[in-house]
Design a protein around this ligand. Sequence first.
Ligand code: SAH
Length: 482
Amino acid sequence: MKIGRVWLVGAGPGNPGLLTLRGKEVLDDADCVVFDRLVGDGVLSYIPPSAEMIDVGKEGGNHPVPQSEIENIIVREALLGKKVVRLKGGDPFVFGRGGEEIEALIANNIPYEVVPGITSAIAAPSSAGIPVTHRGLAASLHIITAHTKSGGIAETDYEALAKLGGTLLFLMGASSVREICRALMANGMSPDTPAAAVENGTTASQRRITAPLSEFEKKCEEEKLHSPAIIMVGECAALGEKFDFKKYLPLSGYKIVVTRPRSRAGRLSKMLRAEGAEVVEIPCISTSLIDQELPNLDGYGWIGFTSAAGVESFFELLAKNKRDVRTIGNAKIAAIGSVTAEALRSRGLTADFVPDIYDGENMAVGLAQLAGREKILMLRAEDGSPELTEQLKSRGCDFTEISLYRTEYEKPRFVPKDINCIVFTSASTVRGFVGAFDGFKTAKVCCIGRQTAKAAREAGFKNIKTAEKAELEYLIKSVEED
Ligand code: SAH
């Protein structure tokens, strides 16, 4: 049997934007992904649905998967002929035990590739506005493990470190702050030397703690510093306040779940990231076309679309029926909102009517007025809101409805951590989310319209914001609201 291959991929420091392009490329092709605890949720969300996920993370309390077992797993999967991605936090070779895994691959004649990652040693301080070198302040940087208890390496030589004069970066040091500070000062380092800790660097829960060496231990205790954190000692550590850039990013403290289908999440996610949010795409619904013979569409005065998915499904179905857009003849077109109108425009159609308020009720009221006695055809989802059709009915409109697609709930494959905001763009995404996850009920929930907000209320969410208008720009504004 053909043997597979292993890619040792650095997942970067947590934020999905800091995975490399090459890393994303090999992840897209993976059959099996073996991942650690420090790999960010956003990076996990990039794992293709077809790939198997094996969690070898070491969560406090649970027994970690021993290193030898991890090596057995990647060897076993590769020997089955799979493309195996071994995803590791930061860079695979910076205190990542990447070398040991490669030795196991060599012993089994398994081909491999290393995809470097952005190490947290540099990225966590950077992301907190702390440069690891600065002209005139530091001429070198040193990456040190604070965890020498196991692994058979010599105790840290603090005497040597205290003399270096460069930037000292300690990994795995959140619980060794006391030892680090005392040992450096005991070996002659000035108590005034700036020190900083960056916890959860590059993510929404990033924190920076800064103090001179003599006060640093107390400050970290007061602020309850916890792992993962980079402990930095050296003159550059004082620059964080001055070079802080999070102040320009109003959503920098937000870790936001975007629940819409992956194919449609892009623009929303990008807009949230532009404001500094950490975005995790967890699609809670997907749509599938209802394959059918389309009737003769002649004779309709108006054709109405209520979603971008409806527009796409319509064109897909036309092609399947070996027909094209000429089928709709001279019918006028109504779109429920700007996103639907945009989907039509990208197909060369301009909507003749878009209501001022983007919802079913306003669509029906406007359409009823414009259409008068003309025949209306609504092209929409199988389980579309009854609001629209009831309104058309009550106004005596002559309308027909065709269900073009159905919504299916997706089963997410991991539970995201530390979420403080969820964005819903339809009632079905709310239902998909609560079907998949327990909890998260106190997170801020931002909804695009009244129907969506109603579904969120019914689902038990407490802190609900509704966008002033059903447009992405207003949805983003609602995230910023207190
Ligand atoms: N290979 C990784 C390091 C693994 S050792 C890398 O290159 O980044 C694990 C240590 O990395 C943690 O104890 C912590 O010191 C550091 N670390 C990892 N992610 C971090 C983050 N987002 N913020 C701060 N420190 C982090």
